[in-house]
Design a protein around this ligand. Structure first.
Ligand SMILES: [Fe+2]
Ligand SMILES: [Fe+2]
Length: 249
């Protein structure tokens, strides 16, 4: 059973909230890949489940229905963002509706407050990190890519402004820093996330940030401003030895 959890709660908080976070479930139209039992375990270990995108493998409504069915075994609130895979079949609205009907708090530039903790979510986008980030120069398609990256960061900023809670968890699919994608091939780093997300995060006080997408990345890192970042893709090894991370907020 899990024995280690990351305590990111302020020292003076009267009560802490135990959050399980996991990404990249990639649910397929295959009944053998069921998360039913894992959701049961998580419901016993944590008070909130946070899912960091790539919930479905190909963005098919049937895959979302299968996930919704498994989530019936999850007895705690679920907060989620979508990932790039959830867009693949051009049915993202259907996927989102199915998950919302399954009582998932699906965040896409929004915030939700549960048990005095603000959860702020946006998918994020590609673009690269630090001084090597893709810049808005040249062909219109490159400019469109950069614009999408900037747009996601601005949507995150707007969502952050909605939060009134003292404790905040930022939920992303794409990585905000290079540190937690380390382990992936260097050539694909720019497609794994964008520092523009970290620049936005560092303008606010947050308890922690969780993301997925980098299946071969590293578990733990920090934004330049010091916010703790966890890559909770289920393939990434975590201190508790389980596919999900446990955070205490
Ligand atoms: Fe993924
Ligand atoms: Fe992804």
């Amino acid at each position: 059973m899990p024995d280690r959890l990351e305590n990111v709660a302020p020292k003076d908080s009267a009560r802490t909230l135990k959050v399980a976070a996991m990404g990249d479930l990639h649910v397929r139209e295959d009944p053998r890949t069921s998360y039913r039992d894992l959701f049961g375990e998580i419901s016993r270990e944590a008070e909130i489940l946070v899912l960091t995108g790539d919930l479905t493998n190909l963005g098919k409504p049937r895959e979302a229905e299968m996930l919704a069915e498994d989530l019936r075994n999850c007895s705690i609130p679920v907060v989620a963002v979508l990932g790039n895979h959830d867009y693949e079949s051009g049915a993202v609205d259907d996927v989102a509706n199915i998950l919302r009907q399954a009582h998932v708090h699906l965040l896409d530039g929004h915030a939700v407050e549960i048990e005095e903790v603000g959860f702020v979510g946006v998918k994020g986008f590609v673009g690269g990190f630090g001084s090597r980030m893709l810049g808005s120069f040249g062909e219109p398609t490159i400019k469109a890519m950069v614009s999408e990256s900037v747009n996601e960061a601005m949507r995150l900023e707007n969502a952050m402004r909605q939060v009134r809670a003292k404790r905040t968890l930022v939920v992303l699919h794409y990585a905000p820093i290079a540190e937690t994608v380390e382990g992936e091939p260097l050539e694909i780093f720019p497609f794994l996330g964008s520092s523009r997300l970290a620049e936005t995060i560092d303008r606010f006080k947050v308890s922690a940030v969780v993301h997925g997408h980098a299946h071969r990345g590293s578990y733990e890192g920090h934004t330049p401003g010091g916010a703790k970042v966890y890559n909770v893709a289920m393939h990434v090894a975590k201190p508790n030895g389980r596919p999900y991370a446990l955070l205490e907020l």
